[in-house]
Design a protein around this ligand. Structure first.
Ligand SMILES: C[S@@+](CC[C@H](N)C(=O)[O-])C[C@H]1O[C@@H](n2cnc3c(N)ncnc32)[C@H](O)[C@@H]1O
Length: 330
């Protein structure tokens, strides 16, 4: 890895850092440390923290972070772990940190480094092997293997649900035809060719149709929605009372998962959206969190102009309520 080549502009930087409400002593987990942009700001504020834990599943990110934060790692203030954040509860249990975090945050999706490195296979702008694994040093299935092995039906579902592609069935059919003719998907250009055959080339003023094909496959290869679900399942338990959980998502499915879980934690019933007479009577659920802003935060026009990749970002934040146990009996 060429260290100087690791670039990633942190998105919603001020919004996230302010929203975490950090103190000098805050114990923090960065689930997706990437280039370390957000992490550096956290370390600048939480100068007297007992522990800041940073995860990333990408070996390139870990190598970069090791160099960038070598001093803080040496003093033990920063603990860097290469892992998917679905294991954060296990990792923090080992460090004795469960229930002690003042802030946990995740900035989902891919880094610019991943997108811009052709050998990672995330992008079709340059030809490369069809890998797409964030943890490319693992034994997980690559995008090429998935394309060559999955059923036509499964592929159609991936394109439909994760890529919002209306022609998902035709695309899956064309992939099956390519395979039936004895071909194998190996390179990003192979997938780009199939995509262009079915969805056409880029049209002026629109994003390239292959963008969503590649995005859908990437979400499937990295089990990205399962990762978010895991974090939402244990995140609240890891927080100290008054601690905050913040998630930046880039895909409507992710944001929906975050939104639903956060409103459930806030004690909103799932039938609250129905007219009053249609709601099933039940005791009001006890809120465990406060939602920091009713609407997700999005990047400003200036940020989008400076960094077009921030365009779909949405930030949601909750705060764990202080005295849940004693309130419950009042
Ligand atoms: C958008 S970047 C984060 C950028 C970072 N906040 C910064 O300021 O530089 C996303 C990073 O999260 C990592 N990542 C994505 N999903 C992950 C997961 N489930 N577990 C661990 N790391 C993940 C990716 O490898 C990538 O490096």
């Amino acid at each position: 890895l060429n260290q100087s080549s690791f670039t990633h502009l942190p998105v919603l930087f001020n919004e996230l850092i302010a929203g975490l409400n950090l103190k000098t002593t805050s114990v923090v987990a960065d689930c997706t440390a990437g280039g370390g942009g957000h992490l550096a700001a956290v370390m600048d504020i939480a100068t007297r923290s007992e522990c800041i834990l940073a995860l990333d599943r990408d070996p390139d990110a870990i190598a970069h972070l090791k160099t960038r934060f070598s001093d803080q790692i040496a003093t033990g203030k920063l603990r860097l772990v290469q892992s998917p954040f679905s294991l954060l509860d296990k990792i923090s249990a080992e460090f004795g940190l469960n229930g002690r975090f003042d802030a946990i945050f995740a900035d989902l999706g891919v880094s610019s480094h991943q997108l811009d490195t052709a050998s990672r296979g995330f992008s079709f702008s340059e030809d490369g092997p069809l890998d797409m694994r964030m943890s490319y040093d693992s034994k997980d299935q690559t995008a090429a293997e998935l394309l060559n092995e999955a059923s036509e039906e499964k592929l159609a579902d991936i394109f439909f649900y994760f890529g919002d592609i209306r022609e998902s069935r035709r695309l899956a059919r064309e992939i099956a035809r390519f395979r039936d003719a004895g071909n194998k998907y190996l390179r990003t250009s192979d997938l780009l060719n199939t995509s262009t055959k079915v969805l056409g080339p880029k049209k002026f003023g629109q994003s390239h149709p292959a963008t969503r094909v590649f995005q859908a496959l990437r979400i499937a290869v990295n089990h990205e929605l399962d990762q978010v679900k895991a974090l939402l399942d244990f995140g609240l338990e890891l927080l100290a009372p008054g601690g905050r959980l913040a998630i930046i998502s880039f895909h409507s499915l992710e944001d929906r998962l975050v939104k639903q879980k956060f409103s459930e934690f806030a004690g909103k019933r799932s039938d609250d959206d129905l007219p009053r007479e249609l709601r099933v009577f039940q005791a009001p659920p006890i809120p465990k969190v406060k939602i920091i802003k009713p609407f997700p935060m999005s990047p400003s026009q200036t940020e989008i102009e400076q960094n077009s990749r921030s365009r779909s970002a949405k930030l949601r934040i909750i705060e764990k309520l202080e005295t849940r146990g004693s309130n419950a009996n009042q």
